[in-house]
Design a protein around this ligand. Structure first.
Ligand code: GLN
Length: 477
């Protein structure tokens, strides 16, 4: 079967009776089976996907189908789906079955998506390589000895390898954008508050957002249109109306774009990433856009600020896994205290424990002001500076990652190096604004590279339209 990369092509072929959705689902199930070595899915909902495909196919033919009819999608193993296991990549929730569905899942199903399975991720979304999963590491389909990025690594590889058409991941500090860059696909982190977090297992609540991983900007726009919008179950979800993103993808005119010179001189930047960024800047300038250097003097502070705040929030969020309410309970416990201690010691992996310990430390009485309080203040400075740049510019352009996908095991012994690899994605997360990673190039050895565009708060429409345009401009390379 031909590899479908956009929903519109699937819908057209079903309407023309050239394709039955069941066939497409079978093709994906087969590809998932053939690519088990990638470890992208932790569970496949084969029977459900088959029966949903029958229903949706008839709806497409009789004209009653929803917007996502024909979309075969996978969800990160962090997003709750009623009566399905959601493990957050952790032993502590292994075999935990969700009693309700997240708002994003309800919205997918209301528009007739077919959910084909749940996808591997770093434990509690903590990681940038998908090596911190209880279900084992995920492999990059471009080179099986390399990581897919994380934490939504399974979600990105599934799209990269054609195991489903799109995925929903989550992005706290880059977990949609960075794996998208490593896997050569599109990854969008919406504005904080654009998408409901209800039913999405929390890592750092003032950062977490659900975002689509797709082959095309059109499908990212469509998925965002479906999942975005106010939700009474998430008080941080915005009441701003959701634009018809898919109807606003035509771009014309000239834009003013900032690039941050500090990103191009930053230590550890791969020369090929640098060259691609410079080339993209030049191409946009040649196409008549104003692309100019604007200094961002806080680049060295973004990673420490992000990690202090997210670890603090994580230590609080993960307090609920106590071996009593739900999830793993140690069989070796003898009383209440040992139930807490043993269940948490045996149930959490090393990286999660590191973050709970550090997060508790930065929140502790003697250290709160020096770490947590200060990081809060620095977050504000970063956000204000970023907003200021975006007052005079439509977008900020920067690499998504300092280098291409690194080798499995390469950074596991050195958490600081691993954290520093997030240097380009956490700025938008600290500022709470939208950002997208676009597959704009490859290394000489054919590893995908991503370029990131950051947009204005709730400016997803403009961001998506310009992203589509950039992909077209650079296609002619
Ligand atoms: N790599 C970052 C971290 O480990 C981002 C993770 C995420 O966005 N969930 O925190």
């Amino acid at each position: 079967m031909e590899k479908y990369t956009t929903l519109s092509s699937v819908q057209q072929d079903i309407k023309d009776s050239k394709l039955h959705l069941r066939q497409l689902v079978e093709a994906y199930l087969q590809r998932i089976e053939e690519n088990k070595h990638l470890n992208a899915f932790v569970e496949v909902f084969a029977e459900e996907a088959r029966s949903q495909a029958e229903i949706v196919n008839s709806r497409l033919l009789d004209g009653t189908a929803g917007k996502l009819a024909g979309m075969v999608i996978g969800i990160k193993d962090l997003i709750c789906y009623q009566n399905h296991i959601v493990s957050a990549g952790s032993k502590i929730l292994d075999n935990y079955r969700s009693v309700f569905s997240s708002t994003v899942v309800e919205r997918l199903l209301a528009e007739d998506a077919v959910i084909i399975g749940r996808q591997n991720c770093d434990e509690f979304a903590m990681g940038g390589s998908n090596e911190n999963s209880f279900h084992g590491p995920v492999k990059n389909n471009a080179d099986n000895s390399r990581v897919p990025g994380g934490s939504s690594g399974g979600s990105a590889v599934a799209v990269q390898a054609g195991l489903c058409m799109a995925s929903l991941g989550t992005d706290t500090g880059g977990s949609v954008r960075q794996p998208a860059a490593f896997c050569g696909v599109v990854g969008l982190k919406p504005t904080y508050g654009r998408v409901s977090r209800h039913g999405v297992i929390a890592y750092a609540s003032s950062f977490d957002q659900v975002g689509p991983i797709t082959n095309s900007v059109e499908d990212a726009a469509l998925l965002l249109e479906v999942i975005a919008g106010h939700d009474e179950y998430d008080s941080t979800s915005s009441t701003l109306p959701v634009p018809a993103y898919t109807q606003q993808l035509d771009f014309s005119g000239k834009k003013r774009i900032a690039y941050l010179p500090e990103t191009l001189t930053s230590e550890g930047l791969d020369p090929e990433v640098k060259a691609l960024t410079e080339k993209t800047i030049k191409e946009l300038q040649e196409a008549g856009h104003a692309v100019e250097p604007i200094s961002f003097p806080y680049l060295d502070f973004v990673v420490p600020t992000y990690y202090i705040l997210t670890m603090a929030e994580a230590s609080s969020n993960l307090a609920r896994y106590d071996g009593v309410h739900y999830g793993y309970r140690s069989p070796n416990a003898t009383d209440l205290e040992s139930t807490y201690k043993k269940s948490r010691s045996e149930g959490f992996g090393a990286e999660v424990k590191r973050r709970i310990l550090l997060g508790s430390f930065v929140l502790s009485a003697g250290h709160y002001d020096a770490f947590y309080g200060k990081a809060q203040r620095v977050r504000r400075v970063i956000r204000e500076k970023t907003d200021e740049i975006l007052q005079d510019h439509d977008f900020i352009l920067l690499p998504t990652t300092p280098g291409p996908a690194f080798g499995i095991g390469e950074k596991t012994d050195d958490p600081v190096t691993m954290y520093l690899a997030d240097i380009f994605t956490v700025q938008a997360s600290l500022a709470g604004i939208p950002a997208i990673s676009l597959p704009l190039g490859e290394t000489k050895t054919n590893l995908p590279l991503g370029i990131q565009l950051i947009g204005k708060r709730f400016g997803e429409s403009e961001l998506l339209a310009f992203s589509k345009y950039i992909l077209n401009v650079t296609k002619s390379r």
